[in-house]
Design a protein around this ligand. Sequence first.
Ligand SMILES: [Zn+2]
Length: 279
Amino acid sequence: MRPDPETGVAEAPMRKAKSFVSVVLLVGGLAGGVGRTQVGRGPVVDLSYPFSAETVFWPTEERGFVLENVHRGYTERGYYYTANRFCTAEHGGTHVDAPIHFSEGRWTVDAIPLDRLIGPGVVVDVSDRAAADRDYRVRVEDFLRWEKRHGRIPTGAIVLIRTGFGRYWPDRIRYLGTDRRGPEAVAELHFPGLHPEAARWLVERRRIRAVGIDTASIDYGPSTQFESHVVLAEHNVPVFENVANLDRLPARGFTVVALPMKIEGGSGGPLRIVALLGR
Ligand SMILES: [Zn+2]
């Protein structure tokens, strides 16, 4: 608000008029959907799963997420007090892969600039293909098909890949392809991912900011060389894995905010990721 130059007092009627204008823009932005979202404010969608004993981790992690209660209840001094401690691998549940995870000398999780974690989001839905083939790898053609309908993927986009496997969470057999644990179970993993050629296309031809997926890994389950991880890490592109609720997002027209735990020197970490619709 602007104060009156003589009295120094802000004018209330002016403020009312301004908030009326934002309401109109909000409705216009939501109703208009694609591409008209610069001012409007819509709902916030939570794209993170809670961390619990059910949280899905890579089969090599024997323990998963461990929450240990330190105190719960009234203290001798009369006040209520609850506190826990937790133990977790960096790469489990909804988390980020920092570029250092697969490329020497690249950013650790605390070093990823904030502007690489906040940006315009798009959802590329390949759930039909993944339903027909649980080892499906997303191709360049899938992105080109998306662009025909929704326009070019914007430079600096955060590309979220929806395979539909989120509906299986946290059933390990359906989500990962196996509920066995230990190194030998890795060979039994079957879930969709991003083809390395498509990963290269996204970083070199569309210059994306970050990429996320609703499976346990950006490389598909049977991968042994993790080539998509390597391509993305070499280009300093953060990867979000086990992203939730992608079925609640439009194809575009929202902002992703993805803030991981700031572990100094970490190769990744637990991630709170949300989508701000209508902006
Ligand atoms: Zn990871």
